[in-house]
Write a protein that binds this ligand. Structure first.
Ligand code: ZN
Length: 99
């Protein structure tokens, strides 16, 4: 009789372990596949936002997100530094005065 009880306990523990292992494997396998699908779609906007813009004062090319923007009429001009922006703003007023 004691042997039978031990056998039942052994079967029960093995069943519990199997369930736990399968549950862990399912969680382990499902999480990376979810993560791979999400960033693949988000990679395209990153490359477009890294656009280079040209500073019209000194001619230097800078990344758009690091440049200093200045709205001139309907369009936005980008500069490498505040000094270039101020110089351009000064020239812009001169050009506007000349017509
Ligand atoms: Zn500049």
């Amino acid at each position: 009789m004691r042997f039978l009880i031990w056998l039942v306990v052994l079967f029960w523990t093995v069943a519990m372990l199997r369930r736990a292992v399968s549950w862990m494997l399912r969680g382990f396998l499902s999480s990376p596949t979810r993560g791979q699908n999400a960033p693949a779609n988000q990679q395209q906007p990153v490359t477009s936002s890294r656009r280079l813009v040209r500073d019209p004062v000194c001619g230097v090319h800078i990344a758009e997100n690091r440049a200093i923007p200045l709205r001139v009429g309907a369009e936005v001009v980008h500069f490498c530094s505040v000094a270039c922006r101020d110089q351009y703003a000064g020239n812009e007023q001169k050009f506007a005065a000349n017509g």
